[in-house]
Design a protein around this ligand. Structure first.
Ligand code: SF4
Ligand code: SF4
Length: 187
């Protein structure tokens, strides 16, 4: 009994079990038909298609899936989940993979992941998107210091992008939402 309990606890601690539990879906159900990849509007830009991401997970190559650019390219459109004949919720799985990648700090060299975090930091601090801040943070972290400068400066001059953030009134409420989400994912 003790052994059974210990292995159940260990299974729960494994990233793949956590990812499946968070996504509320079972990767074993996938029989690799590829309908998800065929319908995915951004599969062409992915390093692994949605079907291949599931296959990596089935084969226990969780790290490979967590390091994939695909999970950050996914636009959460849910086409894959709607098309899957086996009821695998791939969109939710992609979301759970992103959260696990963040938990494991696997985003430092991922430009899209860094952009994602910079965007969320802006919303957390100011209650809305702060474009100049997102660009600045993204370029600093990805060491592309002058990227988009030729575009950004004229846009600022024309008032299309503000140098300073616009803040909403109920910023504390937004912060509380972020704090609650961080607590839920154990940060
Ligand atoms: S559509 Fe469903 S069953 Fe088919 S490959 Fe994708 S996840 Fe697997
Ligand atoms: S949810 Fe993501 S993986 Fe699924 S079809 Fe849309 S973009 Fe592709």
């Amino acid at each position: 009994m003790g052994k059974v309990l210990t292995s159940a606890i260990k299974a729960k601690e494994r990233p793949i079990s956590r990812i499946e539990a968070e996504a509320g879906t079972d990767i074993k159900q996938c029989y690799q038909c590829g309908k998800c990849s065929a319908g995915c509007p951004v599969a062409f830009a992915m390093d692994y298609t949605p079907r291949q991401i599931i296959r990596l997970l089935q084969m226990g190559m969780t790290d490979e899936a967590l390091n994939a650019e695909s999970i950050w390219i996914c636009a959460t459109c849910e086409t894959c989940s709607a098309r899957c004949p086996r009821g695998v919720d791939i969109a939710s799985l992609m979301d759970a993979l992103r959260r696990e990648a963040l938990r494991q700090g696997k985003i430092t060299d991922k430009k899209i992941a860094v952009f994602n975090r910079a965007f969320l930091n802006g919303v957390k601090n100011f209650g809305r998107s702060y474009e100049a801040g997102v660009l600045l943070q993204h370029n600093l972290l990805t060491r592309q210091f002058f990227k988009d400068a030729e575009l950004g400066l004229p846009m600022m001059r024309k008032g299309k992008v503000s140098l300073f953030p616009e803040k909403i009134k109920a910023r504390n409420e937004i912060k509380k939402i972020f704090e609650r989400a961080e607590r839920m994912r154990g940060e």
